[in-house]
Design a protein around this ligand. Structure first.
Ligand code: TTJ
Length: 655
């Protein structure tokens, strides 16, 4: 082997930094970070397919805990990189930020959000192997992370240099890796999590076959579980899937593709009799859950098209005013998928498209193509349904305007009466203040007495709040519990909600650890999700976790938050201890509640986040909507406790 030169040392130091501070590259070393390793690899194959090279991706979970990704694209290049003097494939896996893209000419569109690159996956793997089939030959290179002579682990170094294994008629790339257990809190990949992501990719890349093989899950006949996703309708099928269990206003989603010299747009739209707005947007296959310029352009075009086409067709009379954007978005389910070069992401979670040109490009394309569809004679019924729905929404909007204003009016008599139940805090620094929403008056009372009133405010909730799913804003605003929450937060609601006006940095839901408590949490989260989504997206919503047990021996008191922890403490105490099981928050006295659940030094909280907007949406409609049948199916599919015994037995876990 040739000697290392200085350039190679730079490369090694790059990957060293990744092992030193994995969090800087993949956010966290939890399960989420572990899966990030896989997304880095899969995204490369998706890019290849999205640009028209190949049509199949296979992800395999192996018994030894490793995972592989295979595509039938062009294969990673093996020729020597002119500056670095090593093969292209070695560059991709050892050079930070190299990715699968050497320059912009190889790909028209590519993600670049997850894009810390495949080298990060390599650096954080115990071993990684690559097979690339290219130019009629099969090549293989292997990497590993092993200690050097000083005992320091070097991540992702070449174990076996690139060699040719012979000839082949295939083209494409195969990458298999073993995540490094010395880095991650857990190295168990979740078939469910991966399947969800692959399904979304399959919707976004119509016609592509994306499969997941899980060797750890066996079917009855001993074969391993194989899930295949292929949607010839693409995002049109996506919309149909999202609307399962709802009542669509017309049978087939509106669908069109269009492109200019700057962007490619694909769009599917269907309305249901629901009241919520569901627009999912993507740029280069990356979910833009914070929206951005493309989504703004889309919304503007939507309003213009329906007003113009509606007037032309006579559904909007001369004396009737145009409807506004939100009227046309009530009950909409839409997927907007665009492709463009040089994407810029902004926002708190870097999921908001910033490119200014995307607004006008998308607006023009959507306006022209959607208008052409709506002007067709056989679209008349569809157009009429949309305009009528919009008119009803406009009516409700005007009716709820007054109620909305009330919740914003800080000093009005009514507003003061509403927050009468609120025990506010004395501090005025919104960045430090916390609002506890507490289940039940008795727990609310304990929380009031136990809290640190300088920054903690308490809002007790009486009984079950209203399930806001399937309710119009107007009805939500008539509900006392929600009105007090809205007024207390002081940041508006729905389209008017602005996180900047928040009076609290943390909104903490505190409910019992039982069925009723779970229901209350679900209802509150549904409300925040539907009417204050940025509150969740920006990470302001938390679930307080009260202890399940108090275990004590003489003056030594410990609180356990799980059965496992209880066993641990019982072992520590040995003999002669007492266990108290808390059935509810109300059983704790103010001091105990403070100590275990509210004191920032000791408390445990779960921060609520949305990883996958489309799946979150599906979950909420299924769990909180009024279609009982699909809720049953969902629960039996995803929550094993309700599975039919024989159905569950089909999937035997093997080690
Ligand atoms: C790059 O431009 C020249 C032709 O090949 C392009 C390329 O690298 N294609 C490519 C990379 N297809 N698939 C990959 C890939 C697949 C996996 C599983 C992992 C990685 C890092 C890249």
């Amino acid at each position: 082997m040739k000697e290392y030169n200085s350039k190679d040392i730079v490369v090694l130091e790059g990957l060293e930094a990744v092992r030193l501070r994995p969090g800087m590259y993949i956010g966290t070393t939890s399960s989420k970070g572990l899966h990030h390793l896989l997304w880095e690899i899969i995204d490369n194959s998706i890019d290849e397919i999205a640009n028209g090279f190949g049509n199949k991706i296979t992800v395999t979970l192996y018994k030894d805990g490793s995972v592989s990704v295979q595509d039938n694209g062009r294969g990673i290049p093996v020729d020597k990189h002119p500056q670095l003097g090593i093969s292209g494939v070695e560059v991709v896996f050892t050079q930070l930020h190299a990715g699968g893209k050497f320059n912009n000419d190889n790909y028209n569109f590519s993600g670049g959000l997850h894009g810390v690159g495949a080298s990060v996956t390599n650096a954080l793997s115990e071993w990684l192997e690559v097979i690339t089939n290219k130019n009629g030959k099969k090549y293989k290179i292997e990497f590993h992370s092993v200690p050097n002579s000083k005992g320091k682990i070097l991540g992702g170094t070449v174990k076996t240099p690139l060699r040719c294994l012979g000839s082949t008629t295939e083209t494409g790339t195969f990458v298999r890796f073993m995540p490094d257990a010395r880095i991650f809190e857990t190295t168990n990949f979740s078939g469910e999590v991966i399947a969800k992501r692959l399904k979304e990719y399959a919707f976004l890349n119509k016609g592509a076959t994306i499969e997941l093989i899980d060797e750890n899950m066996l079917n009855e006949d001993g074969s391993c579980l194989r899930r295949v996703y292929k949607y010839d309708g693409g995002i049109k099928d996506f919309v149909t899937y999202l609307n399962e269990g709802k009542n669509p206003l017309f049978a087939t989603p509106i669908y069109f593709e269009a492109k200019s010299d700057k962007v490619k747009v694909e769009c599917a739209i269907q309305y249901t009799d629901a009241y919520v707005e569901n627009i999912f947007s993507y740029v280069n296959n990356i979910s833009t859950s914070e929206g951005g310029t493309h989504e703004t352009g889309f919304k503007t075009a939507l309003t213009r098209v329906f007003n113009d086409a509606g007037r032309e067709a006579g559904f909007l009379k001369e004396k009737e005013a145009n409807l506004v954007g939100e009227d046309y978005r009530e009950g909409i389910t839409a997927v907007l998928s665009i492709k463009m070069k040089n994407v810029q992401f902004e926002g708190q979670t870097k999921t908001k498209l910033g490119n200014p040109e995307a607004k006008s490009e998308v607006e023009n394309l959507v306006y022209t193509h959607l208008l052409a569809i709506m002007e067709k004679a056989d679209s008349k019924k569809v157009l009429e349904a949309i305009i009528n729905k919009g008119k009803l929404a406009a009516h409700a909007r005007i009716a709820s305007k007054k109620a909305k204003e009330l919740t914003r009016a800080k000093n009005s008599l009514e507003a003061t009466a509403l927050i009468g139940k609120l025990s506010s805090c004395s501090g005025r620094d919104a960045k430090k203040n916390e609002l506890y929403i507490v289940e039940g008056d008795s727990a609310g009372g304990s929380a009031k007495m136990g809290r640190d009133r300088s920054f903690q405010a308490i809002l007790p909730l009486r009984g079950k709040p209203l399930n806001v799913e399937k309710k119009r804003l107007e009805q939500v605003l008539q509900n006392d519990e929600f009105r007090s929450i809205i007024t207390a937060l002081g940041a508006g609601i729905g389209d008017d909600f602005s996180v900047e006006d928040l009076k609290y940095d943390k909104v903490i839901i505190l409910a019992d650890a039982d069925q009723d408590g779970a229901h209350i949490r679900a209802i509150l989260l549904t409300f925040f999700y539907r009417y204050m989504k940025p509150l969740i997206l920006d990470g302001h919503v938390y679930i307080g976790v009260p202890p399940l047990y108090k275990i004590s021996k003489k003056n030594d008191v410990k609180y356990a938050y799980s059965d496992e922890q209880l066993r641990e403490y019982a072992d520590e105490f040995g003999k002669g201890y007492d266990i108290q099981r808390y059935k509810g928050l109300g059983e704790m006295n103010p001091e105990q509640l403070w100590e275990t659940t509210m004191d920032p030094k000791n408390r445990t909280m779960i921060r609520v986040s949305i990883d996958d907007a489309a799946e979150a949406e599906k979950l909420i409609t299924t769990l909180m909507g009024d279609d009982i049948e699909s809720r049953k199916i969902y629960i039996s599919e995803y929550a094993n406790f309700n599975k039919e015994p024989d159905e569950f037995d089909k999937l035997k876990k093997v080690k």
